[in-house]
Ligand binder design. Structure first.
Ligand code: G4P
Length: 190
């Protein structure tokens, strides 16, 4: 999405070689009109997949998942909640998530009543880096016996490998912007 690449260049801040801060429109302040446009783009990209439900992870995934859901005839949005403990619970699906960016491990949980085997689930998130969050959400979709329509992310950091792993697994993955490298404060797209 050309407009997103331009926005990342204009408003994003490259931190070292690994991280891009996009607080002004995605992770801290939300640009509602731009979020809506990105939601419409996801709706276009996954129009043929028969999606019945969107799954994301708290907290930054929620806004873009909402925008996509609204553009897809107001689909329900379920967000995985992150917890520090993995207490056994028969009412929830759970999968652990290791964050390379934050150096933490948490457990993503979704109440079983919010995903059924009849669902066709689209996973939406803000960033795809090493793919840990995507893997946890994919595991939850599998545990529910639902069908995975695909994964849509706003920004893929291609050099961190998570996206390519998913593509190799045959997942329909769409990134609105895909970053090839971050070097000397300069962001280069694929
Ligand atoms: P992974 O899930 O793909 O393996 O990624 P990673 O562990 O590296 O990312 C963990 C968290 O850091 C995620 O947020 C992700 O959105 C965020 N993140 C990853 N790379 C970047 C980046 O370059 N810039 C920014 N701004 N965020 C990045 P989270 O822990 O789920 O936090 P939340 O913000 O959703 O609450």
């Amino acid at each position: 999405m050309k407009a997103l690449e331009e926005k990342i260049i204009a408003d994003g801040i490259a931190l070292g070689t690994e991280v891009v801060k996009v607080d002004s429109f995605l992770n801290h302040q939300i640009d509602v009109a731009f979020m809506r446009a990105m939601g419409q783009e996801f709706a276009r990209l996954f129009a043929a997949d028969g999606v019945t439900r969107i799954l994301t992870m708290e907290s930054s995934g929620i806004a873009i998942a909402y925008a996509a859901a609204e553009a897809m005839n107001d689909l329900p949005v379920v967000f995985a909640k992150k917890s520090r403990t993995n207490t056994m619970d028969t009412e929830t699906y759970a999968a652990s998530v290791k964050s390379f960016t934050h150096g933490t491990t948490s457990v993503a949980k979704v109440a079983k009543k919010f995903i059924s085997p009849d669902d066709v689930v689209l996973i939406i998130d803000d960033f795809l880096a090493h793919g840990e969050a995507a893997a946890a959400m994919t595991s939850i979709v599998r545990q529910a016996g639902a069908k995975l329509a695909g994964i849509g992310v706003v920004i893929e950091k291609r050099f961190q490998g998570g996206g390519d792993k998913l593509r190799e697994e045959g997942v329909h993955l769409e990134a609105l912007a895909s970053i090839a490298k971050i070097e000397d404060g300069k962001i280069t797209f694929c």
